[in-house]
Design a protein around this ligand. Sequence first.
Ligand code: PMP
Length: 389
Amino acid sequence: MKAPPTTGRAERRQTPGEAPGTTAATRIERWVRPEIRALGAYPVPDATGLVKLDAMENPWFWPRELRGHLGERLAAEPLNRYPDPHADALREILRERMGVPAGSGLLLGNGSDEIIQMLALLLGGPGRTILSLEPGFVMYRMISLFAGSRYLGLDLTPERFDIDLEALLDAIERERPALVFLACPNNPTGNLFAPAAVEAVLRAAPGVVVVDEAYSPFTDRSLLPRLPEFPNLLLMRTFSKMGLAGLRLGWIAGAPEWIAELDKVRLPYNINRLTQTAAHLALEHLDLFAQQTRAIREQRGRLFQALSRRPGLRVWPSEANFLLFRAPDGPGLFTRLRDHGVLLKNLHGAHPLLRDCLRVTVGTPEENQTFMRALDLCLSGAESSLNTL
Ligand code: PMP
């Protein structure tokens, strides 16, 4: 292979530390911030051939009656052109179908992950604190660190996973966080926090409080109708859990002044044409997705009962589309389940309160039965759960 030409001038500019042959590793050590070097990239396990109950996805594919429309609409999209930068048509139908209060601002993200990133860019940074509750959604901590902010994770109460209000109000007073994240329901614990505690946080926080309602399709409680009451509340949701994780679409609503600030750090054209079009169609037929989420809620109840009956297991009630449970030797059980073809999320080691805990996403009735059969095999090797779900 011919070596690329080098100019004399480029050679002269090299300092001894940057001599040709310096490895990427040396340069990474010198230039990548230590807190990023210490992290690993977000792990996504290979689920090929496994019953996938690890990522809180809706187990059903796009409703059959809509697939033809979807194909036609997507085929008609001029993909040679950039999408509508503000996704006005999509935001309009979203406001109406989701009941975003009149007068609130609304912004879309490439998944709510991207919105968390925008929030951290806007409000975080060196000298700023971002606060959340743990065990909680890991991206609050990761993205806070990406943005160079200080992250403070306050523990939830053991066993009930509720807000320790006194400790939280103390931390807010002491640390003056620019941004507080509260996931309601919380991931990975599945519970809703006491409404009075959430309100107390909203009243005490000096900056913004983001209430993350990613799991709203699976609970009846929401702060959305009360959004206009709180000038520092931003309410975030996602299309991922209602059945459209593949689209990558999240949204956040709140005082228009806040949304206008957030819009400044949004990348242009962040919602692609295919997502805008598919999400619009989904919102026109929200009832079909609601049928799916109703079925998941019903299955959640059955799965909860089935897990509660297994001796030695501790399962927590959930308002989301997953269940957290503790088993003797959780990590061992996780591996044995995977060997039996069922992929869960192993949370042992993620936080001290999650010792021996696994998280199972509610799947189709068949997937849930497969899971329970595999679980029984792993736990005792004898009992069959076929008729107990
Ligand atoms: N918030 C919470 C609480 C979550 O659990 C998740 C995903 N697991 C997200 C936000 C991110 O969702 P998405 O980026 O798919 O919208």
